[in-house]
Design a protein around this ligand. Structure first.
Ligand SMILES: Cc1cc2nc3c(=O)[nH]c(=O)nc-3n(C[C@H](O)[C@H](O)[C@H](O)COP(=O)(O)OP(=O)(O)OC[C@H]3O[C@@H](n4cnc5c(N)ncnc54)[C@H](O)[C@@H]3O)c2cc1C
Length: 393
């Protein structure tokens, strides 16, 4: 690995070895076909099998359940390396890895033993179903309803933009639904919200058609509909009425791999642009010999470093038991905004090639757009940072 990718204050030998493994894997397995996958807009099941054998889905699952129990820095290294080439794959892995980790956090020992090993290897995908058609930023305002009926919960409602729900591996969703304290369906809003493990093939579940998307095209995103879906009481995850709060508190760290994906995408833009400006001539000279061009590339490099530093500072703090409330929001906000700036500048430096759908920087440009939206928009991150500063927003 190039020396500039080492961050000696936070990477030990194991992190560096994992970084090397990831980079080699991506060159050997992910790079071939990345353009075609994106243009077709299809996830490649064989690629998912290879990623499963690499162990990327189970990084945050303890070894006892078939994962590797790795730290957050290792997860960020994987997210960064995938996103240098293929952000669609990076988010596919991210959603599965956080869902498996959340499932481990919330589920009973019996459920863990039954379901986690398949989730850790990626043989069974478990989606994360929070966002609703009425809005994702105000995530606690949940319209999907659950009511207790004998030994079952009965669920009605809809979820929107849910990743990993229509692949050959997609089997479950961790679903958030509101109910009243006595287990009846809520009459008003802001009722307690519980989390449930719902099989996607349960009667009453409909996986809607795949969304056509601007970016993350070869990741898989669908709406979900629930019509009188019955799940047994033991599929309730976490404490009754507290599943949403427990998930939210646990998943603060999940924004940091999105910052890592942003840093990886920025690196992908930088690497493609360095190659392009060295080989392309204009007015009889290599583009790279013009100071304006070289300064533009220098900015890409500086912005990429900034995104990486914020990401790994946050991950290191998490791994060493420090608070990350502020760092998770700051790293996600800044890295995703910088990735968009980098992608804009990289496409500009590519001229007309930066507008062609099959060029690497064009794919990165399209993929960058969601980074300031998914896993909490930039506005939501600013809200969290402002609240941390004591501002009444
Ligand atoms: C490809 C893709 C994959 C996704 N995968 C998943 C998934 O697997 N699981 C899942 O649960 N969700 C998923 N999502 C949903 C994603 O998390 C939401 O889209 C995101 O949280 C934003 O919610 P929204 O789209 O409803 O926008 P809204 O919440 O409607 O926001 C619209 C705009 O208003 C702004 N806004 C809202 N409230 C405020 C405020 N108070 N102050 C200032 N600005 C405000 C927002 O920042 C945004 O700019 C995915 C989305 C996409 C596009």
């Amino acid at each position: 690995m190039p020396e500039e990718l080492n961050l000696p204050w936070c990477f030990d030998d194991e992190h560096l070895a994992w970084q090397k493994t990831m980079a080699e894997f991506c060159q050997r397995v992910v790079a071939p076909g990345v353009v075609e996958r994106d243009l077709r807009g299809e996830l490649d099941p064989d690629l998912i099998g290879e990623v499963g054998r690499l162990g990327a889905f189970g990084l945050r699952v303890p070894e006892a359940y078939g994962g590797s129990g790795a730290d957050l820095r290792s997860m960020c290294i994987a997210a960064e390396e995938f996103a240098v080439l293929d952000s669609s794959l990076a988010v596919t892995v991210h959603v599965q890895a956080i869902s498996a980790s959340l499932f481990h956090h919330l589920a009973s020992e019996d459920l863990r033993a039954e379901y986690l090993p398949g989730m850790a290897t990626g043989e069974t995908f478990c989606a994360f179903g929070l966002t609703e058609p009425t809005g994702g930023s105000d995530a606690g305002n949940i319209g999907t309803r659950a009511r207790r009926d004998g030994s079952d919960w009965v669920i009605d409602g809809a979820k929107q933009f849910i990743t990993n729900t229509g692949t050959p591996f997609s089997k479950y969703v961790i679903l958030f639904a509101a109910h009243d304290r006595d287990g009846s369906a809520p009459s008003g809003s802001r009722s307690p919200v519980s989390a449930f493990l719902v099989p996607l093939d349960a009667p009453g579940v409909t996986v809607g058609p795949k969304y056509p998307k601007m970016g993350w095209r070869s990741s898989d995103t669908h709406p979900l509909y629930f019509d009188g879906v019955r799940v047994p009481a033991h599929h309730l995850l976490g404490q009754e009425g507290r599943g949403y709060r427990e998930a939210l508190a646990f998943l603060t760290w999940a924004r940091i791999p999105i910052a890592a994906m942003s840093a990886g995408l920025a690196r992908g833009c930088l690497e493609a642009t360095l190659e392009f400006v060295a080989s392309r001539e204009s007015f009889g000279q290599a583009l790279s010999s013009y100071q304006a061009v070289a300064f533009g590339v220098a900015d890409l490099s500086a912005m990429t470093d900034t995104a990486r530093l914020l990401t790994y500072d946050a991950a290191w703090k998490y791994d060493t038991g420090r608070s990350i409330d502020r760092e998770a929001a700051v790293s996600k906000l800044m890295a995703s905004e910088l990735a968009n700036k980098v992608a804009y500048q990289a496409t500009q430096l590519h001229g007309g090639y930066g507008f062609m759908d099959d060029s690497h920087v064009t794919r990165h440009y399209r993929d960058a757009r969601i980074l300031t939206i998914g896993e909490g928009t930039s506005e939501v991150q600013r809200m969290l940072i402002a609240r941390g500063l004591g501002l009444p927003v």
